[in-house]
Design a protein around this ligand. Sequence first.
Ligand SMILES: NC(=O)c1ccc[n+]([C@@H]2O[C@H](COP(=O)([O-])OP(=O)(O)OC[C@H]3O[C@@H](n4cnc5c(N)ncnc54)[C@H](O)[C@@H]3O)[C@@H](O)[C@H]2O)c1
Length: 419
Amino acid sequence: MSFETISVIGLGYIGLPTAAVFASRKKKVVGVDVNQKAVDIINRGEIHIVEPDLDMVVHAAVTEGYLRATSQPEAADAFLIAVPTPFKDDHEPDLSYIESASKAIAPVLKKGDLVILESTSPVGATEQMAVWLAEARPDLSFPQARGEMSDIRVAHCPERVLPGHVLRELVQNDRVIGGMTPKCSEAAVRLYKTFVEGECIITSARTAEMCKLTENSFRDVNIAFANELSIICDKLDINVWELIRLANRHPRVNILQPGPGVGGHCIAVDPWFIVSKTPEQARLIRTAREVNDGKREWVINKVKLAVADFLQANPEKTTKNVTIACFGLAFKPDIDDLRESPAFEITKKIAGFHSGPVLAIEPNISDLPSDCLNLTLVDLEVGIRSSDLKVILVKHKEFHLLDEPHGVYVDTQGLWSGL
Ligand SMILES: NC(=O)c1ccc[n+]([C@@H]2O[C@H](COP(=O)([O-])OP(=O)(O)OC[C@H]3O[C@@H](n4cnc5c(N)ncnc54)[C@H](O)[C@@H]3O)[C@@H](O)[C@H]2O)c1
């Protein structure tokens, strides 16, 4: 069957660009979000998230009548679920958003529909979603009961776009398509081929779930290796950046760069979904998470030691008049996103324990969030001029040419130490 109407559930960083790209291919798209504010903004042809060029695509899609947002699910031929999948305090995945999204679309499902879970999910979540749908609609059949004969097709198709490049990557990236049966996969491929120019590769739903988690765990483990090296090298008085440069001269070695930890809402989250399913087996993946999370405390300790060194070299000063400047708050270079950012966490903690002034230099934002007590956002020039101790946390392009300060500093990015 062809997909005349497509419904995207969850209009955030993934769902809204996906909805807009379908609409740009002249498909009728109904976007559903529980956030009424987001719904209203989108229906005005505007956007509530930051992503280059998305405003133009959404504006055109809404103005031409292909995209409409609502808070109540409506009938459609295909449903794509792109709701959050965070973890709980104990690192167990929180599937409650998927559960409520499935329960919300169940009443409008009809024979022949396709339901795709796009949210990053632990292995088994797609099957669980199909169970929730079946419980809500005993009058329809689902793949877990009727296989290829089912009324409803169900698949998992994880998203791997890079924020900042979403519109291009949505179209160009290869896509892993994990149907609960081969027919489910075929239906999902037909849907994605509306706009995907990359290859659509078919597998099972469980493998597709594990594939997305594997990609991010691979990154996390490799970053943990670099972070652990940085701590070992510090102990042994070896410059880790020089070491990595030298080791990478080996034709089959490619070590990543250390930093203050791992941020963002994917790499620091997804490995836990593997650990929670297989705690006995996922030893390396768990340790990598712990190494990367532990790097924050290590950096904070370095800052405390640097303050002590500074005071020793400047006995006329007391802690109260040592000004610390933290360079960079975002979770990676040249973006404005502070969510799950180790740099931001470290800066807030420094502001929490240090009795003197703490300055934040983040060229990509104009205001600090409200929970930033004792922290002052200043521009680069003020930060350089007024600080006694500089802490480099993110390698934003504005910092590349900063002169190395005399005396103590903490450089988690190899900006000066790496030369
Ligand atoms: N952001 C990324 O770069 C990225 C990349 C790959 C995969 N993912 C995955 O995609 C999924 C979505 O992530 P995101 O970044 O778009 O999240 P987001 O928080 O930006 O957007 C999710 C949206 O879903 C809405 N929502 C929540 N519950 C709902 C419900 N029951 N019905 C309808 N709407 C609901 C929220 O209001 C929100 O607007 C997550 O599983 C995430 O891990 C994200």
